[in-house]
Design a protein around this ligand. Structure first.
Ligand code: 13P
Length: 260
C-alpha cells in the first residue's frame, strides 16, 4: 500500500463511493438498503451514490431526499423522448429524482452492442437533462493479455466523452471487464498505471480542469481489498457491484476511504 502522503498529492477531489445495483432487488429491498446507507452517510468521509434499477429510482430517491446520498440511473436513451419502446429518457431519470447516470457499462456494451459513439450521444443527452454522467471504460482479458489494455481504455475515453463532460463534473470509472463479478482484480501497480494514463488522456483532451475529474476503480472491490485500492494515487473512489447490495459491505468500503 502507498503512503498517505502520496494520496494527498491528488488535491481538490472529494472521493465518491458508488453502488451499481444492476438488475437486483425488490421495491421493498431497495428501500431497506437505501435506508441503511442514508442512516450511516453523515459519518462517512466521502460522497455516496446509489444506482438502483429504473423502477426503484423513485422510491429510493424519496427515501434519500435531503440526505447526502445521491441517486443515479444505470443507462438512458440518447434521445430526450419519442417512440423508443422500453427505453428511458434522461429527463425521466431526472424527474424521478436521479442526479447521475451510469453510461457505457461493459454489460451494456456487451449485452446491447453499445459503441463508444452511442455512449457519447447518451452522455450528451444526460448532460442536456442536467444529469452527471458516470462513464465506464475497461479492457477485456484478451485485450489485457495482448498488451492493449491502455490503448483500449484511451480509445474508449476518446470516443465516449463529449465536449462539456469535464466541466459538467462527469465521472469516469475504470472497470476491467475480467474483474467484474469474478473476485479477480488487477495488481495495485496496474490500477495505478491505468488511472495515471487516464488522467493524462483526459488532461490532454480537456485541459487542466480534468485534473479534478473523479476517476473511480470498479471490479471485485470488497471490504478486504478496498483500503489498498482506494489508497492508490489517482483513485478517487470506487464503483461497486456485488458489494453495494449488502449495506454493511458498502459502508465498510466507504469507511476504508478514510483509512486510505
Ligand atoms: P462487482 O463489484 O460485482 O465486480 O461489479 C463491478 C461493477 O460492474 C460495477 O459497475
Amino acid at each position: 500500500m502507498l503512503p498517505a502522503e502520496e494520496k494527498l498529492m491528488t488535491p481538490g477531489i472529494r472521493p465518491l463511493i458508488a453502488g451499481n445495483w444492476k438488475m437486483n432487488g425488490s421495491w421493498r429491498g431497495s428501500r431497506r438498503l437505501a435506508d441503511a446507507v442514508r442512516d450511516a452517510a453523515p459519518g462517512l468521509p466521502c460522497d455516496l451514490l446509489v444506482c438502483p434499477p429504473f423502477l426503484h429510482i423513485q422510491p429510493v430517491a424519496a427515501t434519500l431526499l435531503g440526505s447526502r446520498v445521491a441517486v443515479g440511473g444505470q443507462d438512458c436513451h440518447h434521445k430526450p423522448h419519442g417512440a423508443h419502446t422500453g427505453d428511458i429518457g434522461a429527463v425521466m431519470l431526472r424527474d424521478a429524482g436521479a442526479t447521475h447516470v451510469i453510461l457505457g457499462h461493459s454489460e451494456r456494451r456487451a449485452d446491447h452492442g453499445e459503441s463508444n459513439e452511442l455512449v457519447a450521444r447518451k452522455c450528451e443527452a444526460a448532460l442536456a437533462a442536467g444529469l452527471i454522467p458516470l462513464i465506464c471504460v475497461g479492457e477485456t482479458l484478451a485485450e489485457r493479455e495482448a498488451g492493449r489494455a491502455t490503448a483500449v481504455v484511451e480509445a474508449q475515453l476518446d470516443g465516449s466523452l463529449p465536449l462539456g463532460f469535464v466541466t459538467s463534473g462527469g465521472i469516469v470509472a475504470y472497470e476491467p471487464v475480467w474483474a467484474i463479478g469474478t473476485g479477480r482484480t488487477p495488481t495495485e501497480e496496474d490500477i495505478a498505471a491505468m488511472h495515471h494514463a487516464m488522467r493524462q488522456a483526459l488532461v490532454m483532451a480537456f485541459g487542466p480542469t480534468a485534473r479534478t475529474t473523479r476517476l473511480l476503480y470498479g471490479g471485485s472491490v470488497k471490504p478486504s481489498n478496498a483500503e489498498a485500492i482506494l489508497a492508490l494515487p489517482e483513485v478517487d473512489g470506487a464503483l461497486l457491484g456485488g458489494a453495494s447490495l449488502v449495506a454493511e459491505d458498502f459502508l465498510a468500503i466507504a469507511r476504508a476511504m478514510e483509512a486510505g
